[in-house]
Ligand binder design. Structure first.
Ligand SMILES: C=C(O[C@@H]1C=C(C(=O)O)C=C[C@H]1O)C(=O)O
Length: 96
């Protein structure tokens, strides 16, 4: 059974992981922006790439070890990819 101290200690672990996820998400976003700069230079007018996104979801499903099931993982990453695409659009659509 969990005592209050156990919950506190488990939440400290969650906070630590949240911080790492935050750092990784922002590192990922920096790279997404670099990809955006490249798309801009080669004249691609849209950030969204359905084929690439399909590959990502396929890879995640194959490598998912749970306890999140594939649908849950897809929901989480759907949000990450959507926000990343919006961020990348800002670079691609920048006026010269
Ligand atoms: C980052 C890219 O742009 C968009 C965002 C993606 C992502 O966040 O992983 C994947 C494909 C694109 O919809 C890319 O084309 O690689």
């Amino acid at each position: 059974m969990n005592t209050h101290a156990d919950i506190k200690s488990l939440r400290d672990q969650v906070d630590e992981i949240n911080f790492k996820i935050l750092e990784l998400l922002n590192r990922r976003a920096e790279i997404v922006l670099q990809i955006g700069e490249n798309k801009r230079h080669i004249g691609r007018s849209h950030a969204f790439d359905a084929k690439r996104e399909e590959e990502i979801f396929e890879y995640l499903s194959k490598n998912n070890m749970g306890p999140f099931d594939n649908k849950m993982i897809e929901n989480i990453f759907r949000q990450i990819l959507d926000e990343s695409t919006k961020l990348q659009e800002l670079i691609i659509k920048l006026e010269y």
